[in-house]
Design a protein around this ligand. Structure first.
Ligand SMILES: [Zn+2]
Length: 361
């Protein structure tokens, strides 16, 4: 089976394919319009599709494009799940809620962040409380996000970051940049100082769709970390908790835990799973991020720094801007048949294990 046609090269195409496939699968659809527009003036939406009994207490929720540009991956699996006939094979009393383009602005603009320049997966913190502080990011902010992006700027800031790696190691640099920061609104991995439109929309979806759910599995599709094509099941439930134990059991031990230091991901603050758990006190939630590798982490971070510069100081329509957009797209989406095939197989395998877990306990 050739799964490549399920994947799209643009947000608008991904959305059209998703709505077509979900409609054909007799899903109940709902659309949430984002207040911004895409680069071609197109309207942007988060769309949801519900397949299965309206009163199902067991629900698998799949999410794509939490990190905008990473949405090409999750969208492909979501489209294919509806189109391939799998949507007809649900266990009794079980439903699938698909959230397509949780961050449609980032998806359309080929950005990891939302329209507020916020990392949605760092935005689920209590904004009334003091924010987590990450001194390592503070130390490196100027080098991570320089005002200029010519060869000299890249070389000079690269020297600073290389020196940090030399002293503390590559993973420490990744952690410093990616953990999540709440002080520099123009910086990378900024968690925001208020709930974003996308966070508020996810809350609305949870309230509307999952009020009657008792057992919820979450699979949040991501890309950009780990070996090319490999799908790491990252679980942020607390070490020692029954939730982490349940996830380990469902996925046959094939999960990782940043808190236990065995993941390609650093420990993060404000991730969406925390917001989902808090919003569903009546349900038992078992969640993972399914994180697929693309290119080397260094190159991914370089593409993110360039993109951050572009949208803060440059012109996305310029030749240089177009080069940077191509670079960031490749950093989060491999437009290659072999990559799409392994993304699909691991994605469907993971969804099937989650559906089985929901039914068995
Ligand atoms: Zn991500």
């Amino acid at each position: 089976m050739n799964v490549s046609p399920y994947f799209s090269a643009k947000y608008a195409d991904a959305r059209a394919k998703f709505l077509d496939a979900a409609t054909a699968a007799h899903a109940r659809l709902k659309s949430y319009r984002n207040p911004t527009r895409g680069p071609e003036g197109e309207e942007l939406f988060t769309d949801t599709a519900w397949v299965g009994p309206a009163d199902a207490e067991r629900v698998l929720m799949s999410i794509s494009a939490t990190h905008g540009v990473e949405g090409f991956c999750g969208s492909g699996v979501q489209v294919g799940w509806h189109d391939s006939g799998l949507a007809k094979e649900l266990p009794e009393g079980t439903a699938v809620l698909t959230v397509h383009a949780s961050n449609p602005h980032g998806f359309a603009w080929l950005r990891r962040v939302t329209e507020e320049n916020v990392d949605l997966n760092r935005n689920f913190v209590d904004h009334a409380k003091d924010y987590p502080v990450h001194p390592a990011y503070e130390e490196l902010h100027e080098a991570i996000c320089p005002r200029g992006w010519d060869d000299a700027d890249i070389a000079a800031t690269g020297t600073v970051l290389d020196a940090y790696t030399e002293k503390h190691g590559a993973f420490a640099l990744q952690e410093a940049i990616t953990a999540g920061q709440y002080r520099h609104a123009d910086g990378l991995f900024y968690g925001g100082n208020a709930p974003t439109w996308a966070a508020a929309t996810l809350h609305e979806i949870l309230k509307r769709e999952l009020a009657g759910a008792r057992r919820v599995a979450v699979i949040d599709y991501h890309t950009g970390l780990g070996p090319r094509g490999y799908g790491e099941r990252i679980c942020v439930h607390a070490p020692g908790s029954p939730d982490l134990a349940r996830a380990e059991s469902w996925y046959g031990g094939d999960i990782t835990s940043p808190a236990q230091g065995n993941s390609a991901s650093a420990e993060l603050t404000g991730v969406n799973l925390v917001g989902i758990v808090e919003a569903l006190p009546h349900a038992q939630v078992t969640g993972i991020a399914l994180e697929y590798g693309t290119i080397a982490t260094d190159d991914v971070i370089f593409a993110l720094r360039a993109d951050n510069w572009l949208h803060a100081h440059g012109d996305p329509a310029s030749t240089k801007g177009q080069e940077i957009k191509a670079q960031i797209r490749d950093a989060f989406y491999q437009d290659a048949d072999d990559w799409k095939q392994i993304i699909w197989e691991r994605g469907i395998n993971t969804q099937n294990l989650a559906l089985k877990g929901l039914c068995e306990g």
